[in-house]
Design a protein around this ligand. Structure first.
Ligand code: SF4
Ligand code: SF4
Length: 481
């Protein structure tokens, strides 16, 4: 390249420009296996979340799949609860509750979700476990990757990818099993009879799992996850994060176990780099809180093991807060400071929404009624001195059992529903649409004659077998001049 000096008359010597790549080249990370308190928590969370994910679609409730998001029938079954398109508000509330819970836990304890329960973390843990079982721990994997291709290397790699592929395929199958009955899906998969979309989603979700957990790993957290980008705005100086204690650890340096670090002017960090080797995102936590840190606490376990071996107190890397590190207050104060305006506001909001949604769900009627005026049939005189209005009534029974209902109306003297054989039977989880005729006498007994114009009336649909199951809907009745 030509330097600026050439263009300005040749006075300055040419400046050699260095080519800088736009994107950082990925350095493959080989996280070292670690054991300890937080590793056990991570394993427990992996087992729990996957037991739920893989197990729930196989549960049965009232003769059907307990949890089924039946998109074709536009019904979401959640055990005894069936949500219809009209109930989309509950799904919106569920999303709001999830978001608020995430905000609350992030404000109090940082990236707990990322470190223990996020599917990316969980599947990466599972795939890493398989990798370690087949290829060995960190050093063995580094050596294997560096070695030239041989039959042995090919067999080992093929074994690992086959195991990954099997997990990914089963994950894709389970995912689709939430949207179409999983047993039926299994039978059709075995007999090569899957629908086009089903096959696509099994393959797509399986491929995404294989790619994200097997190949992309920490890159998903570093470059793709939107939550990683904005979670720092929820942090403050009292948020509990994983941090290295530089006041205790520095100056770092190697020493023998017998040496007294204070005599040698050293802190507690022996600069063994175990914390870096166990880190799934390959960062050095000693450089401070970083965007890439997913809060998995592997470095805490790794460093605690080193501290144990050296005979130093644990916790050189630990759950702490900026304020605790700066002011040195104790653990009790650390957790007491979890109660602060931001977290209390999130918690109260969460409580109110959850309580409101729970009450609304508990009071949710299995009947839905919609009365619409029939625009094609205006008010007419059905008989001498009797005015008739016609409506369309849409009745929906969201229950899993059939019901019988009666229909009545109030709001005008002598108002009655005519021409319907009552009670009306409506099947389980079904909708009925029919014409509803209502009549009003112009000279009702014991009441004054209705005036001309539109009158508000109320239609009541009452279940025969349960007084509590009742729905009202309002409309107008027109008396012509
Ligand atoms: S594991 Fe602990 S002692 Fe070793 S380098 Fe990391 S912080 Fe220092
Ligand atoms: S720095 Fe520690 S907590 Fe953060 S990702 Fe690495 S190992 Fe996990």
């Amino acid at each position: 390249m030509i330097g600026l000096g050439d263009a300005q008359g040749g006075a300055a010597p040419p400046v050699a420009a260095e080519e800088v790549p736009l994107y950082e080249i990925r350095r493959k990370i080989y996280p070292r296996a670690v054991s300890g308190v937080f590793a056990r928590w991570r394993v427990a969370l992996v087992l729990f979340t996957q037991l739920v994910f893989y197990g729930v679609p196989w549960l049965t409730w009232n003769g059907r799949q307990a949890v089924l998001f039946d998109l074709a029938a536009r019904k979401f079954h959640l055990f005894g609860l069936t949500l219809w398109p009209q109930d989309v508000i509950y799904l919106a509330v569920l999303l709001i509750v999830c978001a608020l819970a995430l905000f609350l836990f992030t404000a109090i304890a940082g990236r707990l979700w990322c470190g223990y329960a996020c599917p990316q973390t969980v599947y990466t843990e599972m795939f890493l476990w398989v990798e370690r079982k087949i290829e060995g721990d960190r050093l063995a994997r580094i050596r294997l990757d560096a070695a030239p291709w041989s039959l042995e290397k090919f067999v080992i790699k093929a074994l690992k990818h086959s195991a990954w592929f099997a997990i990914a395929l089963w994950t894709g199958y389970t995912f689709v099993g939430y949207f179409t009955p999983i047993r039926d899906l299994g039978v059709r998969a075995i007999t090569w009879n899957l629908g086009g979309w089903e096959a696509f989603w099994v393959a797509f979700y399986g491929f995404a799992t294989y790619g994200n957990a097997g190949w992309m790993r920490e890159q998903v957290c570093k470059y793709m996850c939107p939550y990683a980008r904005f979670q720092s705005v929820m942090f403050d100086r009292d948020t509990v994060v994983i941090a290295y204690d530089p006041g205790r650890g520095e100056p770092r340096g190697p020493r023998s176990r017998a040496a007294d670090p204070r005599e040698r002017g050293l802190g507690d960090c022996v600069d063994c780099r175990i914390c870096v080797q166990v880190c799934p995102t390959g960062i050095d936590i000693r450089q401070g809180l970083q965007n890439e840190c997913i809060g998995c606490a592997a470095c805490v376990d790794g460093c605690d093991q080193v501290m144990d071996r050296m005979g130093y107190p644990r916790g050189l890397i630990r759950y702490t807060s900026e304020n605790q590190l700066a002011r040195g207050f104790g653990r009790r104060m650390l957790w007491r400071r979890a109660v602060r305006p931001r977290s209390v506001a999130y918690a109260l909001l969460l409580l109110v929404i959850v309580a409101g949604a729970t009450v609304a769900l508990a009071l949710k009627s299995p009947l839905k009624v919609d009365v619409m005026r029939d625009r094609g049939a205006l008010a007419r005189e059905a008989a001498p001195e009797v005015i008739e209005n016609v409506y369309r009534l849409q009745l929906m029974n969201t229950d899993e059992r059939p019901r019988s209902v009666t229909i009545s109306a109030t709001g005008l003297a002598g108002l009655s529903v005519v021409g319907l054989e009552q009670p009306i039977a409506i099947g389980a989880e079904s909708t009925k649409l029919f014409a509803l005729r209502m009549q009003v006498p112009l000279e009702p007994a014991g009441a004054s004659a209705p005036t001309a114009g539109a009158h508000k009336i109320e239609v009541t649909v009452q279940a025969v077998d349960d007084d509590a199951v009742v729905r009202h809907d309002q409309t107008t009745f027109i008396i012509p001049r």
